[in-house]
Design a protein around this ligand. Structure first.
Ligand code: SDX
Length: 431
């Protein structure tokens, strides 16, 4: 934290001093915690686009320059040099793990990868076609029934066990929910495999297949999960923090994060992008027709996977995802018309005045769904894969929030625009 400076808000001739805050990378803020007490007024910002809800040391995003740092390390460096469990460790513990700690963390992840056998029966009670995000959020909050929440604040060993237990079990729950959806037997995690290889094995192996995850697919899965690992105060992280501010346990907070992520404006966009592209092909729409619909305010259609609240330039994750998608389709040539349509749409949109003047660029969800599709995941699993990647970020924010002296119950105010006090209307007088 650099030195605080003074600012002044002037309202109706009155001046109210406000502390000016500045972050490590130059974020500037006004501390309005006393605004209402001082001025009798609150600030109004329904989308919270101008509100800092906390001070955080986990991830830095520069939306104008397209920069994304995790604990100070550039995403591009982490993608090239780390696997997902190392990045998870970095986000949660604040430093990349030395070999001995990396091994211990992996061993804990392996130790906790099985689900309590009583939980297996939960999957069978979901109807055919239940969305895996519904199953995921319900299963995660059910973990709190099987594993005692943290009894003591800050007992490090307990936190490590709870954190690695959740990191490991979410992967198993995701794979089991998929197997349930296709009526195949569950494949258990194995001590023989790494985090991502275990996941691919649980997803695609069956008693009658000789499936063995290709090393390139395991490497790609690691990169995809790192791409999603954290993104500062996005909607699902804010939802998770909001629930955590009430003192709810970690499982309840993560379940809230999963539900928030599910929305098509957020993590559900990767599924919405592929469904949009499938619809474009099915209806035989030209790129001009698609862009015209996206620009038409009377049409609810939006170019899914485009635009971002923070990035006003190309999302660095979209750049990486596009490269990974191109490499995968070269390695595994599947004649996927969706990729061609996506490439052409991107090119046309980036050249289109409407998109340019609004700084609308591809975001992380534009190409990742195409990669998942080429890897054989069903469309409804895409948001689950986003949640799997985002979990260490959510956990890191939960831990940070618990130790932040500024944090308190999140309870915004409002501007009331309803009726003034009126006399009670007995039923016989009502129309
Ligand atoms: C994620 O916050 C995070 O960090 C999220 C995330 C993470 O890692 O956690 O990065 C992950 O959620 C990525 C975003 C995935 N969502 C989508 O791809 C859905 C499509 N995108 C849009 O719905 C939209 O861009 C949002 C919701 C992502 C952001 O919208 P904002 O910031 O609320 O901006 P806005 O809706 O006010 O749009 C500004 C203008 C409007 O036009 P005008 O009123 O100025 O004429 O841009 C237009 C919008 O209509 N616009 C779009 C558009 N996105 C914005 N027009 C057509 N297609 C789009 N996709």
């Amino acid at each position: 934290m650099t030195a605080e400076k003074q600012a002044e808000l002037r309202v109706a001739g009155e001046g109210y001093p406000l502390k000016a805050l500045e972050g490590t990378m130059g974020d500037l803020a006004l501390d309005i915690r006393d605004l209402r007490a001082q001025s009798g007024r609150v600030a109004y910002d329904p989308g919270m686009a101008n509100v800092a809800s906390c001070r955080s040391a986990i991830t830095f995003v520069d939306g104008e320059k397209g920069i994304l740092l995790h604990r100070g390390y550039a995403l591009e460096d982490l993608i090239e040099n780390c696997n997902f469990t190392e990045v998870a460790y970095l986000l949660i513990h604040g430093a990349l793990p030395p070999e001995e700690k990396r091994k211990k963390f992996s061993a804990l992840l392996n130790l906790h990868s099985m689900l309590h056998e009583d939980m297996r029966s939960f999957f069978g009670n979901y109807p055919e076609g239940a969305h895996p995000m519904a199953v995921l959020s319900a299963m995660v909050v059910s973990l709190s029934s099987f594993y005692p929440e943290l009894r003591h604040n800050g007992v490090k060993e307990e936190v490590d066990i709870t954190v690695t237990r959740l990191l490991s079990k979410l992967r198993t729950i995701a794979a089991f929910s998929y197997k349930k959806s296709i009526g195949e037997p569950y494949i258990y995690p194995s001590h023989k495999y790494s985090y991502c290889e275990n996941f691919l094995n649980m997803m695609f192996r069956s008693p009658v297949s000789r499936y063995k995850a290709e090393p390139e697919d395991v490497a790609l899965m690691n990169k995809l999960l790192i791409l999603h690992a954290d993104h500062e105060q996005n909607a699902s992280t804010t939802a998770m923090r909001m629930v955590g501010s009430t003192g709810a346990n970690l499982y309840a907070c993560i379940s809230a994060g999963i539900c928030a992520l599910w929305g098509p404006l957020h993590g559900g966009a990767n599924q919405a992008v592929v469904e949009m592209l499938e619809g474009i092909i099915e209806e035989g729409l030209t790129p001009e027709q698609v862009l015209a619909r996206a620009k038409n305010k009377q049409d609810p259609f939006r170019l899914m996977g485009f635009g971002h609240r923070i990035y006003k330039t190309y999302d660095p994750r979209a750049k990486i995802a596009k490269r990974l998608c191109t490499e995968l389709l070269q390695r595994r040539p599947i004649n996927d018309k969706l990729f061609d349509v996506a490439l052409e749409l991107e090119e046309r949109a980036l050249a289109d005045e409407y998109f340019r003047e609004r700084n609308l660029y591809p975001n992380v969800d534009y190409y990742t769904g195409l990669i998942y599709r080429a890897l054989g995941f069903p469309t409804e699993m895409y948001p689950v894969l986003f949640a799997l990647g985002r979990l260490p970020g959510w956990i890191a924010h939960w831990l940070e929030m618990r130790q932040d002296p500024d944090q308190k119950l999140m309870r915004p105010r409002q501007i009331y625009v309803g009726p003034e006090r009126r006399e009670f209307a007995p039923v016989e007088t009502r129309e």
